[in-house]
Design a protein around this ligand. Structure first.
Ligand SMILES: N[C@@H](CCC[C@H](N)C(=O)O)C(=O)O
Length: 289
């Protein structure tokens, strides 16, 4: 293994490992070492770039999407989807000359995603539909509590509307919940304040990565939760609804269409390309054995 790239989407940053034939068995230890901001490359997660036909979890999607985004959180855990990751993944495919501007499909654990790379530097992803599981859950940070709106974007989210984003505290630790076992698979937690009509700002504590500067699936979850709070439901009115979502790392535009499909638009940037030290990586893998 040698080549890596570094990229980000609204400052949700990733180590990109091109591995078309799936020759690298990326262990959780290796992922965590790559994402370590002091002893590794540094990132919120890893985008392992594999041909769908070469990956057992993606082979069934190979007819629809040539490339599979094998996404891992910074702690090495696997997640179903990463919205910012898909945009950065598409930007990498363009950077590497595998695709040009326009439409492409990317296989993910959350299914095949339709992606459009535009001329102005933005990328739009069809994120699928949100579901809002029932549940009476309270989010707690320090002495404050809020009711959670549960939203699944393929991965789980708990959205809390707060008076001030500072009330989410340092977010060094994950928020707690009542009931304590509300999310046995873990959850991404979004804190939201209003900024104007169909315009909000948010912070997020991500499962497996801690507080990040952006979360694409989180922004989609927030747009849907806020729309319902505002009495807007495209499935009922037939009119699409768009929210601007400000995150610490930039802005994402989220549109929910009348058929329930959600589109996310934002930037994606490749910032560096390099070679991993073979001995370092071998040592990391050895630790895991
Ligand atoms: N940052 C991502 C979400 C990554 C997965 C998440 N941490 C999880 O475990 O579900 C995004 O942009 O969507």
């Amino acid at each position: 293994m040698s080549t890596f790239l570094k990229g980000h989407g609204t400052e949700n940053d990733f180590v990109i490992i091109p591995d078309p034939e799936n020759a690298i068995a990326l262990s959780p230890t290796a992922v965590a070492a790559l994402c370590d901001r002091r002893a590794g490359i540094g990132g919120d997660g890893v985008l392992h770039v594999v041909r769908s036909a070469a990956h057992p979890e993606a082979r069934h999607m190979a007819d629809e999407a040539e490339w599979f985004m094998d996404y891992r959180n910074g702690d090495g855990s696997v997640a179903e989807m990463c919205g910012n990751g898909v945009r950065v993944f598409a930007r990498y495919l363009q950077h590497a000359g595998h695709v040009g501007e326009g439409d492409l499909a990317v296989a993910t654990r959350g299914g095949v995603k339709a992606v459009h790379i535009d001329k102005e530097g933005l990328i739009t992803v069809g994120m699928g539909r949100a579901t809002l599981p029932e549940g009476d859950v309270t989010v707690r940070v320090d002495e404050r509590t809020w009711p959670a709106t549960n939203v699944s974007m393929g991965n789980p989210h708990a959205v809390a509307f707060v008076a001030d984003l500072a009330h989410a505290g340092t977010l060094y630790d994950a928020p707690s919940f009542a009931p304590a076992n509300a999310y046995p698979e873990g959850v991404n937690v979004e804190f939201v304040v209003d900024r104007g009509p169909q315009h909000v700002a948010m912070r997020v504590h991500e499962r497996g990565s801690g507080e990040t500067r952006s979360c694409g699936t989180g922004a989609c979850a927030v747009a849907v939760a806020t729309a319902r709070r505002d009495g807007l439901n495209p499935a009922v009115t037939g009119a699409p609804v768009t929210y601007e979502i400000d995150l610490p790392g930039g802005r994402l535009t989220i549109t929910e269409r009348a058929d329930g499909e959600i589109e996310m638009t934002g930037p994606a940037v490749i910032v560096a390309e390099g070679r991993l030290d073979t001995d370092w990586f071998a040592a990391v893998e050895t630790v895991n054995q």
